[in-house]
Design a protein around this ligand. Sequence first.
Ligand code: ZN
Length: 609
Amino acid sequence: MAYPISEEKISEIRNTANIVNVVSEVVQLRKTGKNFVGLCPFHSEKTPSFTVNPDKQIFHCFGCHEGGNVVSFVMKHDRLSFPEALRSLAKKHGIDIPEPLLSEKEKKQYSEKETLYKINRLAADFYHRTLLNNEMGRATRDYLSQRNIKSSTINQFNLGFAPEGWQDLLRFLQKKGNPEGLVEKAGLIIPKKTNDGHYDRFRNRLIFPIYTIAGQVAAFGGRAIDDGIPKYLNSPETPLFNKRQILFGLDKAKNECRETDTVFVVEGYMDCIMLFQEGLTNTVATLGTAMTPEHIRILRGFAQKVILVYDSDEAGIKAANRSIGLFMEYGVDARILALPEGHDPDSFVREYGMVPFKQLALEAFSMVEFLIQMAIKKHGLTVSGKIEMVNDLLAPMAATVDPVARALYLKKIAERVGIDESAIAAKLKAFMNNRENILPGFYEKMPEDHLSDFSGKSQGSDSPTHRLERQLLSVMLQYPKVISDIKKHNLIKYFNDPLLKSIGMIIINSAAVSSELLTDLIQKMEDAEKRRIVTELAIQNEGWDETSCRRLVDRFILSIQGKKEIKDLNEEIKFAEKNNDTERLLYLLGEKQKNAVFTEQKKMKIMRR
Ligand SMILES: [Zn+2]
């Protein structure tokens, strides 16, 4: 496949974009020895197995076996194609990519997303200008000032107004040369039932542009200004927008989240904007969905402590019941802040100010503790109350997939309620055997999570031969000096595992594998499985040095010789059996035994060297 970006540019981008910096933007990394480690953004884990090696400029996850170089990381993380990832890295690092000469088809393929982002940006500007400068925007301006939203905040969040007319935005975008089809694809217009043209999706609404982490407009939310229905309306799913994967305000909150290691999650745009304006600049909002595994993975890259803010105890309980299992699974410290009845974050802060809000946040309960507290509040600590309490807590306990987390949860309840742990455990077991009781979230894991359990393991992966083959590839990647020896003895030819064999051939054929060339090698591997194996073998630290590398090569040569001799012997033995040549047979069997002992001795000698 011919990429429209020159090889020269690709290597310039790869050499400029430091993988540690790029990964650090979304994963908290900690230095250990030569490597950096952090929690993998591609699978759920509590102890870091995601490893980045700055010398080799590669990453590898020892949990889900994902691996690659800086470009593959951006592709996988931001769900971009190869050229898209290169362009994104180039942009961030101030590298100019000359506009390539593309065919119409290629143009469409490569630039559709960029065009959609451009359309969204134009639309956001249109809405914003209409709000600020147009007579039509007056009522919305009044509404915002009634709610104490400052004009600096309006500008910061680029708030806007969608006029009441049916085609104001469409006409504006068409005048700017954007075809109707693409505007529809961006989710901004809806085809008429009569099939003749389109009308604007957002009308007479206050508009909240929804940005990606990188600050591009992915979608819009619109709030009805009068009693329009529905009160809130979001863009539909588009190539740019999946509400399960995006958090409103994160583009603005990310740095503060990183610095405080804490993120506040609220339910509405206005709550988010209000808290932000009042100085709580590590606040984001979900877009009318419960927290998804994707949300948690994204947030975890910015902060370890998540404070979920709800309007009431009831809302908090509902949310905690729904997502406690997920948060526990991801090892995120999630707390619930339930505001006094009748308040949302916006109204609370307006009435009492930021200081009491922060105080409440400091006192916020962990999810487990919150649920226990709520159950005590509801049922009291009488004997029957305790039984009711335990019954209330069975469902969230059952939803806690991680057995360790579940055991801790169980222990905590037993302590707080003063009931024997084993009695609660028995109850939980009975509850879980009844499958209907399991909360819907329980089975709602990402399919990748399941897949990753099985990937990265070729058959026979624990046999000594297989291990030797992997080790040999590993030294080739880490100590390219040995490659010439391996080439000379043609060792790759004797590999049993076809996948490892083909990787070995690629390495041998790519001349010398210096560390600069390693990322190049990874680039050329189109098979993700092979790429994973290579990054793993290149990054894992088995403490190879020159001597141990040579020793390994010798051991491999020996194992081949041994196998060859035994194979010959076996054939002769079969022949002797067939001919009833007892004398020869006995001799050959003796030889086979000697051979085994001899090989063993030689092996020991190599090991002792
Ligand atoms: Zn992983």
